[in-house]
Design a protein around this ligand. Structure first.
Ligand code: FAD
Length: 428
């Protein structure tokens, strides 16, 4: 382990890049720094003890009956030694001294940095209602969370999902496929309402309903009931705001996340829904940067400050930052894109849909394969595709290159989106 013991300042002039967080963004940054030829020390601190792994399968394949219980690694085992990156698993950085340019770990060790990067991700928002601590109440963020849930899924017959967002619905689809009775409580008027257009929300509500997932809209949870025993025992049911009781062997809570920004905040960096960065991903301190789920950045596609929770954002921000840190400063302007797998249905989103904008549908929703194009005036904002990767990839090219597209072209089945997007990009 590099760095100095308690009270000492790490590697002095050769302090290098210190990365807080060994997730999607932090590992990509270490990788890309070496790919860009960064010669100095790289230290990655990771609160979790596991080798870095992918989170998306945790709410998808991991839930499926008979699925492989091992985590999908982000990189091969030899990654750290081959790239001469010092990995500190199970070590949480707990304080930051900006004037000394040091961080201190929870074990009291002090490490110096030339450049510090927050890649600390986010954590689950937790329920704070009666019964929230009962056994059988689960969250889904880490491999440990997913492994505990898997064990209980083997014997559970019914599940209550609190929150009709991506993670709750991915889990619901997987649990229903295993034969569980699943109820989803969503306090909003529609599922995935914060991030999807109304037609796409209602399409997915129909798909899940057909799989006998009982979706209750406009229903909040007010308490969880337990079966007694020490500490309240195991959860047996949830109670809705109107008093309805929903029996369940397990409860999965997916009510959003909070950025891990407290350390940055305590050190005096600007924090507003995440660690605020400029277009170069630099915080209010020029030697400190932030990437991934923990940061709020100026989104070139919407003109607003945005905090995204997606693999694309974590990976692309890391790649762009690696260029900046190796002498080619680059603004982060990548097009956001995202996917979700819910049962047999793959949802892919390109750009940023605005739930209040005008929508146009390409293809027939009844066929299970179609796309929703979201426009404000003549401007295409984003495209949601179901089981249509060709539309999604064309949409990424069109949006990423700001190619013109009219609503009439978007809905015309004779208009070859793929050919148009390819030709226009080639000509540019
Ligand atoms: C179940 C699940 C399913 C998902 N599915 C999809 C999907 O289908 N598509 C998609 O695009 N995205 C998906 N995501 C989101 C995607 O995984 C995240 O956006 C991505 O992991 C963010 O990367 P990150 O590096 O910013 O954060 P993380 O990958 O969360 O890594 C941050 C790490 O930093 C550690 N850390 C925090 N503070 C400290 C500290 N002080 N010291 C040391 N370490 C610290 C944390 O423990 C954590 O391990 C999913 C997420 C989850 C949880």
């Amino acid at each position: 382990m590099s760095g100095a013991g308690s009270g000492g300042a790490g590697r002095g002039a050769a302090a290098g890049v210190v990365i807080l967080g060994g997730g999607q963004a932090g590992i990509q940054l270490a990788d890309s720094l070496r790919a860009e030829g960064y010669p100095g020390a790289i230290d990655v601190f990771a609160s979790e003890t596991h080798l870095p792994y992918q989170r998306p399968p945790l709410s998808k394949d991991f839930i499926a009956e008979g699925a492989d219980a091992s985590a999908l690694p982000l990189r091969a085992d030899r990654f750290f030694s081959e790239l001469d990156v010092t990995f500190h698993p199970g070590v949480t950085v707990s304080s930051l001294d900006r004037s000394a340019r040091t961080v201190t770990t929870d074990t009291g060790e002090v490490f110096a940095y030339d450049v510090l990067v927050f890649a600390t991700g986010a954590r689950n928002r937790r329920l704070s209602i009666e019964g929230a601590d009962l056994a059988g109440v689960h969250y889904l963020r880490t491999l440990d969370d997913a492994q505990e849930l898997r064990e209980e899924l083997a014997s559970a017959r019914s599940a209550l999902v609190v929150g009709g967002g991506f993670i709750g619905l991915e889990f619901a689809a997987g649990a229903a496929a295993r034969g569980l009775d699943v109820t989803v409580l969503e306090q909003g008027e529609r599922i995935m309402g914060r991030v999807l257009t109304p037609p796409m929300s209602s399409h997915f509500a129909g798909l899940h309903g057909a799989e006998r997932i009982d979706i209750r809209l406009g229903e909040g949870i007010v308490a969880l009931q337990g079966g007694g025993g020490p500490g309240g025992g195991r959860v047996t049911a949830g109670v809705g705001a109107g008093g309805e009781v929903y029996p369940a062997d397990i409860v999965v809570v997916g009510i959003g996340v909070l950025p891990n920004a407290e350390l940055a905040d305590a050190a005096g960096l600007t924090v507003t829904n995440g660690i605020v960065v400029d277009a170069f991903l630099r915080t209010s301190d020029p030697s400190i940067y932030a990437i991934g789920d923990c940061c709020s950045y100026p989104n070139a596609h919407t003109g607003t400050m945005t905090r995204l929770e997606s693999v694309q954002n974590a990976v692309d921000q890391a790649k762009v930052l690696a260029k900046t840190l190796t002498g080619t400063p680059i603004e982060y302007v990548e097009l956001p894109w995202f996917w979700s797998q819910q049962g047999a249905n793959k949802l892919q989103i390109a750009g940023m849909v605005d739930v209040a904008a005008t929508t146009f549908t390409r293809g027939d929703p009844a066929s299970g394969k179609f796309s929703v194009f979201c426009f404000r005036g003549d401007t295409l904002l984003g495209v949601e595709s179901v089981n249509s990767t060709a539309d999604h990839l064309a949409a990424r090219r069109i949006l990423g290159n700001r190619l013109p597209l009219t609503p009439a072209q978007a809905v015309d089945p004779a208009f070859d989106l793929k050919a148009y997007s390819r030709a226009a990009v080639a000509a540019a």
